[in-house]
Design a binder for this molecule. Structure first.
Ligand code: GN1
Ligand code: CA
Ligand code: CA
Length: 128
């Protein structure tokens, strides 16, 4: 709860917060885990909006990784725990696995999702 005082955004029982750094998917996973949380994984519109609000505090072209990927089976997006995703907010035409190399998911400042290469650097947003 103390995170609310450091720019955290609450949605239901979840709190989303950023460390202000841009990191690869792999490093962002590690960063959130070490902090005792998980990479941001919005599972409904309210949670997606809370993540979007954090992006807005950082500017209007900032994007962040979500805790979702199709690394295991191309085209089947799953949560970090392995379950198939139940909520999506894909941009029109996404996911498109551009250049056969997009297995991670970014959320853009308009709240829409796009699949991108996992090696890119994006703002770290964790959930607690
Ligand atoms: C970007 O730059 P381009 O068109 O190859 C984006 C893709 C999107 C696509 C949508 C690295 O690809 O994920 O699907 O725009 N790639 C990156 O037009 O952001
Ligand atoms: Ca893919
Ligand atoms: Ca894409």
């Amino acid at each position: 709860k103390i995170l609310l005082f450091h720019g955290g955004k609450k949605a239901g029982e979840k709190i989303f917060v950023t460390n202000g750094h841009e990191e690869s998917f792999e490093n962002a996973l590690k960063t959130c885990k070490e902090a005792g949380g998980k990479l941001a994984t919005p599972k409904n519109a309210a949670e997606n909006h809370a993540v979007q609000e954090i992006l807005h505090t950082k500017g209007d072209t900032v994007k962040s990784f979500l805790g979702i990927s199709d690394i295991q089976v191309e085209g089947i997006f799953k949560y970090l725990g392995g379950d198939k995703i139940t909520f999506t907010n894909w941009n029109l035409g996404e996911p498109n696995n551009s250049k056969d190399n997009e297995d991670c998911v970014e959320i853009q400042d308009n709240g829409k999702w796009n699949d991108i290469p996992c090696s890119l650097l994006r703002l770290v947003i964790c959930e607690f």
